[in-house]
Design a protein around this ligand. Structure first.
Ligand SMILES: Cc1cc2nc3c(=O)[nH]c(=O)nc-3n(C[C@H](O)[C@H](O)[C@H](O)COP(=O)(O)OP(=O)(O)OC[C@H]3O[C@@H](n4cnc5c(N)ncnc54)[C@H](O)[C@@H]3O)c2cc1C
Length: 455
């Protein structure tokens, strides 16, 4: 275990932060990282618990959420969703052309693909589902009651995919969410799932913007929205960054950069990568944060259908009579049809080989869409680092790696801070070891800690 003390200038005084972490090397997959042991207090502030993600390098996602790059039509998602010879079906957030990159999209896509399979198949058929994330589980929940014999193959040793609730009652008063968790009041199907399990949520309703110099005037998402409206009149697509620049916004403006960091943390891509014809949803003004084990939603949808864990599928051989799935171990199994829910990142890296090759429409969509990067860090302290009623913090200016924070203290009474980062910054985050993430997190929070410091 390494142990370092970081001193952050805080106006007239200093806030001493003791960093402690256990893992010296970058982690290859999202980890439920053991928390640093509590250390003596005094002049030091000690995180009691720490958890971080690393989806960018995770071999079974290779990114966090799909996005529509500049120059690409969102309709390519419809091509990806097309069944192939009524034997190979596709689901997963990337196949949804309305709310791609979200939990709502994953849920809807699984239900859509299951309905397609149900219509194409007869009772008694053997259906394989690749992936036990939300899309796969949603598909299973529809097919389970239809006299089909359903088997799920999941590469990881757990279900949930890009939902990953770190449950540890000793360390966390509610689970630390290392994957998807926030939603808006419009996400009707996801909300229905949460309600059916009685999952409680907190609405994060207020925000604060701070630089090292103090309070900063917020930049409204209206700035981005109106630049997009103008860019959508152009004869060809331009990036969100170009649209803003054309509208007279200064991309060097630190407050706009903080807003774009929040956009990247939701979309997984930076403004120079994102399409303005098909822009991502802007961060919800009042995101809703569930405070429970979200893996339970997936387990509930899966019911008692058999899930074969630690079973990555390496190859799908298909024709108009059926499909054969080759496991990474070399074993092959035959099915009548298959629903593929593996993330776009896996399809792009040819983590699953198709024989024959998929139609051009599918391959074109896989190549054209972008796989975004989002990473997160959860910190719990004994007491709030900063007395602030604001629930979303935007860090303005400086060289902070993590510019978007959620302060769960006002809603829950627990001193939990959640940092979220997207785009190129998420790649940088993913390459850091736990010490580096903790150090970057505390350094990023400096403007807020300074604001609260005496003197
Ligand atoms: C850090 C982060 C934050 C996010 N924040 C939000 C948010 O706040 N709100 C929101 O709505 N969305 C958010 N998302 C996105 C959301 O989590 C996803 O859209 C959703 O979970 C995707 O579900 P899915 O079923 O399509 O894919 P997945 O959950 O990825 O499921 C696919 C499954 O396939 C498995 N698999 C992969 N390869 C193979 C193989 N070869 N063989 C067998 N199985 C395989 C994977 O292990 C995985 O379990 C976030 C994502 C991340 C990573």
């Amino acid at each position: 275990m390494t142990r370092r003390t970081l001193l952050i200038g805080a106006g007239a005084g200093f806030v001493g932060v003791l960093l402690a972490s256990c893992t010296p090397e970058p982690v290859p997959t999202p980890t439920r990282t053991p928390s640093p042991s509590p250390q003596p207090t005094g002049d030091t502030i000690v995180p009691l618990a720490f958890a971080r993600s690393a989806w960018t390098t995770d071999p079974f996602s290779l990114g966090a959420a799909s996005f529509t790059p500049v120059g690409v039509q969102k309709s390519v998602r419809g091509s990806l969703a097309q069944p192939v010879v009524d034997r190979v079906f596709f689901a997963g957030e990337a196949t949804d052309d309305e709310q791609s990159g979200t939990l709502e999209a994953a849920l809807r896509s699984g239900r859509r693909a299951a309905a397609e399979v149900r219509d194409a198949s007869g009772p008694g058929e053997r259906i394989a589902v690749i992936g036990a994330g939300l899309a796969g589980a949603a598909a299973v929940s529809i097919l389970a009651g239809t006299d089909r014999e359903v088997t799920v193959f999941e590469a990881r040793e757990r279900v949930g995919g890009r939902i990953m609730s770190h449950v540890d009652e000793k360390e966390w008063p509610f689970p630390a969410q290392l994957g998807g968790w926030l939603h808006s009041a419009q996400d009707a199907e996801w909300i229905e799932q949460l309600n059916s399990l009685g999952i409680r949520s907190a609405v994060l309703a207020s925000s604060a913007w701070r630089s090292r110099e103090g309070v900063v005037d917020p930049v409204s998402t209206e700035t981005v929205a109106s630049a997009v409206v103008t860019a959508q009149e152009l004869p060809s697509d331009v990036s969100l960054a170009q649209a803003l620049s054309d509208a007279g916004s200064d991309l060097e403006d630190p407050a706009l950069a903080a807003l774009l960091a929040a956009v990247a943390a939701a979309a997984g891509a930076d403004a120079d990568e994102l399409s303005s014809w098909f822009p991502p949803s802007l961060p919800a003004a009042e995101p809703i944060a569930p405070l429970a084990d979200l893996d339970a939603v997936v387990r509930d949808l899966l019911g008692d259908v058999r899930v074969s864990l630690s079973s990555p599928i390496a190859r799908i051989v298909y024709d108009d009579a059926g499909v054969s799935l080759a496991m990474a171990t070399g074993e092959s199994l035959s099915f009548d049809r298959v629903i593929v829910t593996a993330p776009l990142g896996v399809l792009q890296s040819e983590g699953i080989e198709f024989s024959p090759a998929l139609p051009f429409g599918h391959r074109g969509a896989i190549a054209a869409l972008g796989m975004g990067r989002i990473e997160t860090v959860w910190l719990r302290f004994e007491e709030p680092l900063v007395e602030s009623e604001a629930e979303i913090w935007h860090v303005v200016g400086g060289d902070a790696l993590i510019r978007t924070w959620m302060n769960l203290a006002p809603a829950t009474g627990e001193a939990v801070l959640v940092g979220v980062v997207g785009g190129a910054a998420a790649e940088e985050f993913a390459a850091l070891d736990d010490d580096g993430v903790l150090e970057a997190a505390i350094a990023s929070l400096a403007p807020f800690m300074q604001a609260d410091a005496p003197g």
